[in-house]
Write a protein that binds this ligand. Structure first.
Ligand SMILES: Nc1ncnc2c1ncn2[C@@H]1O[C@H](COP(=O)(O)OP(=O)(O)OP(=O)(O)O)[C@@H](O)[C@H]1O
Length: 786
């Protein structure tokens, strides 16, 4: 139904009224915040003046500390007040120009009054502190807006279900406090508005979607039942968007018990982390913790190994340098096996095995002397009752070893090397040594001239200092030779066979085992060995868990191996998990990653898990989605959003016409810029292809080369390897060299699909020589050839 002019006027008057009130509050709060800031600064400056300092007598120390505590409390309260007022101010400022985006008129059953509910990014009470001028989009009643249509309806609140009738559903676009668009809608949040939002240009930051959340996305956002929520969604279907709004929802819903630092997002890479980092602040929430699995591995594995990262592994695989010696195939076989649940079982069986025999230790050595031999340590380890858990035995052993080292230290004090070191001490160091000894021995004779006393003090200090690294090494349990034990797995075939308990060994076992041993001998760790080695270490030395985290969000979960998922579950024992993925975008196309969600659903058990699906793709135009989905064997399930654009274009070149291809790319980018599409990506298969192209284009075109070390995307034209463009989108994608030579292995299909689905408005493919079968396999009606 058309909205009458009178109605339009009434709505604008309401916007005026609300924004005037907001303006008034902002001014009031600004003055308050200014005052509070002054208070805090003053308090900080005068902190020490206000504290009663008295260190003269022991009794006065108590008084001093009470006074300090009181003063810090006052400061903390003011700081908290200031922070809260400041965040309230931010919220009001966000509301001022666009106070709300939706309205529903709802009449509760058995009530005669219909209440208009206006929805915005935060709630706002009227001056009477009773009536809501704006409801937060996350309030229970707001779910009606996303889920329902006019007619009989109900919504859930923590106290139960509320029945009633929705009499109106209206959408607005309000900018600078003026209603720009307004219409009444039926079932879904109107396509018109979505059309408008989606046809805008790409950004180097992700945007919030609160005003146009779709019903199936709302189910993800508000899901509270499942321990594990798995979202399988087509490319561009809003998985990441829904996940971020979900975080905002959880922070609101559990605002009294949950804080942003209890949620952690695992992203595919750090570029992506920066891409999504503005969504929550835009919604007035603090950002959750963000990390990558790689960062976690690096922190945990430390300096013991040179750790390969996932991108270098992928780069190696994608370059596909297949040589005669079978190196490449063996590596592939190794990756496949080492990511499997079969291998997880081998590692677990190894722990059981080690519990009874053949633990490996590193001897404790000092200056070439063996303080405790590996054999003695092993004997000691197996003297414990076998029911004592391995980590507890190791803990006990640390204590024993520290004692052994102390004893050894005592025996060294009269040695010649210690005398030599004493000669090198200056008088101040001697004094320090002596004072140290006096403090320790409390009643030692006060005769510093006494030569023996002096020497003893110095000897103690020297031996202690020299043994410090040994003690530290023991405390870190470095005497457990995890590296040796992991290596032995590959050295001792019969052991491996035994542990695998009849399950299949990796294909190309001999090559895999040689590769693994060689790398470990050089203290290099292939990416596929990192998680298994860490698991072995934790099984032996005890798990380091993080119990503070209550929600883990894993984006691009299809690229995780079952092994890694098991690890995440163990790492966050008290957390719920939201896992978002698209099995069609598995860039680790060597099937070590998930090919179905079974391993994921088995993590917490099916009863505690739920899978929700998103099938409509919002990112790309209909033409691009129709083209990309045709590349997939089961692509027909994917639905395109009704937004039209040009068909994708394939530019063909002769095999040797590299320059022709580059010139065409450069010219197209110029053209796109003229059309106002200035956030474009030239996507290549690998980093090395990107590097070369960047070199060749740099005099002709202003482009930015993206590598795994680039901290953030910026607007403009970028050259990026497909695997780093994951999760991101661009106005236009220009796919460099969609030739059969680059993309023809079945394992590369999903990577190719991922690259093409990054395009919002325009997709161009350039191929030198034969075209990739992934393109020629698509109905030729769906793209143009130039
Ligand atoms: N309900 C919505 N309203 C407005 N925009 C939406 C909505 N859902 C998704 N979008 C837009 O669609 C695009 C794709 O969303 P998003 O990146 O969250 O999808 P995804 O499923 O994570 O994609 P991919 O798996 O391909 O990385 C984004 O620009 C997002 O803003």
């Amino acid at each position: 139904m058309e909205i009458t002019d009178q109605e339009w006027k009434r709505e604008q008057e309401r916007v005026d009224d609300v924004t005037t009130k907001i303006g008034r509050r902002i001014r009031g709060l600004e003055a308050q915040v200014g005052e509070m800031r002054g208070d805090v600064v003053g308090l900080r400056k005068e902190f020490w003046d206000e504290v009663t300092m008295n260190f003269a007598e022991p009794d006065d120390l108590g008084e001093t500390s009470t006074s300090m505590r009181q003063q810090s409390q006052v400061l903390a309260e003011r700081e908290f007040g200031h922070k809260r007022a400041f965040s309230q101010l931010g919220k009001l400022r966000r509301l001022q120009h666009s106070p709300y985006f939706g309205r529903i008129d709802f009449r509760e059953a058995d009530e005669s009054v219909t209440e208009p509910i206006y929805l915005g990014i935060a709630s706002l009470l009227d001056d009477n502190e009773q009536d809501f001028l704006i409801y937060d989009w996350r309030a229970p009643i707001s779910s009606l807006y996303y889920d329902g249509s006019p007619g009989a309806i109900s919504y859930r609140t923590p106290g139960g279900s509320v029945e009633g009738e929705m009499e109106l559903k209206r959408q607005y676009v309000i900018r600078d406090a003026k209603i720009r668009v307004m219409f009444d809608t039926g079932m879904t949040i109107g396509d018109e508005l979505l059309q408008e939002v989606l046809s805008q240009s790409a950004d180097d930051r992700m945007k919030s979607i609160v005003s146009t959340i779709q019903r199936e996305q709302n189910a993800i956002i508000r899901n509270e039942q499942s321990r594990l929520l798995v979202v399988q969604g087509a490319a561009g279907s809003g998985k990441t968007s829904a996940a971020l709004q979900r975080v905002a929802y959880l922070l609101y819903r559990y605002r009294d018990t949950l804080s942003a630092d209890q949620l952690v997002l695992f992203s595919p890479n750090s570029l992506f982390n920066s891409y999504v980092s503005t969504v929550l602040p835009e919604l007035g929430e603090e950002n959750m913790l963000q990390t990558t699995f790689q960062a976690y591995l690096e922190r945990r594995i430390g300096r013991e190994f040179e750790l390969e990262d996932a991108f270098d592994q992928l780069e190696y695989l994608l370059r596909g340098d297949v040589s005669e010696d079978g190196e490449y195939e063996a590596r592939l076989a190794g990756i496949r096996y080492k990511s499997s649940l079969d291998y997880l079982e081998v590692i677990r069986a190894y722990r059981e095995y080690l519990s009874e025999r053949e633990m490996m230790f590193r001897p404790i050595r000092f200056q070439g002397h063996e303080i405790v031999s590996a054999e003695d340590m092993r004997r000691r380890f197996y003297e414990f009752d076998p029911t004592v858990k391995i980590p507890s035995r190791i803990e006990q052993m640390s204590k024993w070893l520290i004692k052994e080292v102390s004893e050894y230290g005592k025996s060294q004090r009269d040695e010649e090397w210690v005398d030599d070191q004493i000669q090198l001490l200056d008088s101040s160091a001697l004094h320090r040594a002596y004072n140290l000894m006096r403090r320790k021995q409390k009643g030692a004779a006060d005769t510093f001239d006494d030569f023996d006393q002096q020497r003893e003090a110095a000897a103690r200090m020297i031996v202690n200092d020299w043994l410090k690294p040994v003690r530290k090494w023991i405390k870190r349990q470095r005497f457990v030779d995890v590296k040796g034990m992991y290596r032995r797995l590959y050295k001792d075939e019969s052991l491996f066979m035994k542990l695998s308990g009849g399950r299949p060994l990796p294909a190309m076992w001999h090559e895999v085992s040689r590769q693994t041993q060689d790398r470990i001998a050089k203290s290099e760790l292939m990416f596929e060995d990192a998680t298994p080695l860490l698991l072995l270490r934790e099984l032996l030395q005890g798990f380091i868990t993080n119990t503070a985290i209550r929600h883990v969000i894993v984006d691009e979960v299809q690229d995780y191996t079952p092994f890694q998922l098991e690890f995440l579950k163990r790492l966050f024992p008290r957390a719920r998990m939201t896992a978002l993925g698209d099995l069609n975008q598995a860039i680790y196309g060597h099937d070590s990653a998930l090919d179905d969600y079974d391993p994921l659903l088995n993590l917490y058990g099916r009863e505690e898990s739920m899978v929700l699906r998103l099938t409509r793709s919002y990112r790309s135009t209909r033409e691009i989605t129709e083209f990309t989905k045709a590349m997939l064997p089961e692509g027909e399930d994917i639905l395109a959003f009704t937004r039209s654009g040009e068909k994708p274009v394939l530019h063909r070149f002769a095999e040797d016409s590299v320059t022709g291809m580059e010139e065409a790319i450069a010219a197209d980018i110029e053209e796109l810029r003229k059309q106002g599409l200035d956030y474009t990506a030239i996507i290549c298969k690998t980093q090395s292809e990107c590097n070369e192209l960047h070199q060749r284009l740099k005099d002709r075109l202003n482009t930015r080369l993206i590598t795994k070390n680039t901290p953030a995307f910026e607007k403009g034209t970028v050259i990026v390897p497909a695997y780093l463009a994951k999760g991101i989108e661009f106005d236009a994608v220009l796919l460099h060299n969609a030739s059969a030579e680059r993309y023809s292995r079945e394992s590369e299909r999903k990577l190719f699909y991922t690259a093409c689905t990054r395009a919002m408005h325009v997709l161009h493919l350039y191929a030198a020589g034969d075209v990739s079968p992934f393109v020629t396999g698509v109905d030729s009606e769906l793209y143009e050839v130039h």
